[in-house]
Design a binder for this molecule. Sequence first.
Ligand SMILES: [Zn+2]
Length: 434
Amino acid sequence: MEKEKVTMEKVESLAKRRGFIYRGSEIYGGLAGTWDYGPLGVALKKNVKDMWWKRFVEDRSDMYGVDAAILMNSRVWEAAGHVATFTDPLVECEKCKKRFRADQVDGGACPDCKGKLGQERQFNMMFKTSAGAVEDSSSTVYLRPETAQGMFVNFKNIVDSFHPRMPFGLGQIGKAFRNEITPRDFIFRTREFEQMEIEYFVKPEDWKEHFEYWREQMTEWMKDIGLREQDIHELEVPSEDLAHYSKRTIDFEFDFPFGRKELYGIAYRTDFDLANHQKESTVSLEYIDEAEKQKFIPHVIEPTFGLDRTILSILCTSYDEEAVDGEVRSVLRLPKHLAPIKVAILPLSKKEELSVVAKPIFDTLKKEFVCQYDETQSIGKRYRRQDEIGTPYCITVDFETINDHAVTVRDRDTMKQDRVAIEKLPEYLREKMK
Ligand SMILES: [Zn+2]
């Protein structure tokens, strides 16, 4: 449907109503910048992660998966520059004491109470805690503000264990934490979030060609998770706005209902991280190219995919409303391969004569497809529920089934119904699911 009709209110309300995403700690009034994924949300997220992992790690001979610890030695963050520079400009209202990101308030007045804003100062966004029983500066640890460093510190391990030939990369999916001054826009800007990230190591002179290659890979990915081309915009980040480690960055922006905002990014990090870790740790992180008798610190191309933003962009793209018989049908037109439930089996009534037929259908199909068995409420309400959670196919078992050994298969998008023989169902669905 037209983009204008998709509002955050509608997406958020559906996400909550149908068990995708809830506010974190909701019964206590929530905790700003945190969200909990419910059964459908966790399934959707898993499908996205599995697809990413298969495509960018498993299916490639040049990629190595890691899952590094969230807590890391603090020297990692000193070497990476985060202790000194991972900051946002902060201003505080002198009257109501509310804090804002300086770049998000216009003029010198508080957006809430019009009070005077104080001096701008730099606020470090890393969450700090302490490890062990003694709380002093030597026990300070940070929750990682990015997953990247977990890969850089494992660079040497991977080289020693697997002897990869250049170029090669590490891939990781994991949580990161940023103490955002103003978390907002549902799961867009949160204090705890998940990233899918690649650090791709290349010869210094080859960085441009790999940058282009990964830029195309990211565009392909966005197409394959169902995002529309017209909603994606590449932004070449101007040199004065580049992060402290980057020589070139392109942001992929997406047209969210609240505006055009960053979805993904690809950065050329040079040898900034490995060189600094080599210096700080005094462990050599040079790569030895035996064939060409060369020794050098590899340069890095970093494609980053925010997972929660991915989920949000998919929900916003898939959400649709249409008028059906004078009523509004809301439907999540998820790409079939990402839908949390692929097939719903819906006996027309709870009567045993139907369940003895319907249950074996569920048992057969669940071996191949994620299925849901639902015999509560009216068939109309059950269709509505399945439409709203994006289930591509609903199978209705009715009293006719007892005689003709066939069922009705309803298509989520067209609402067209096919009568299909029970023994033909797996084949029928396999074909449709392609
Ligand atoms: Zn104020």
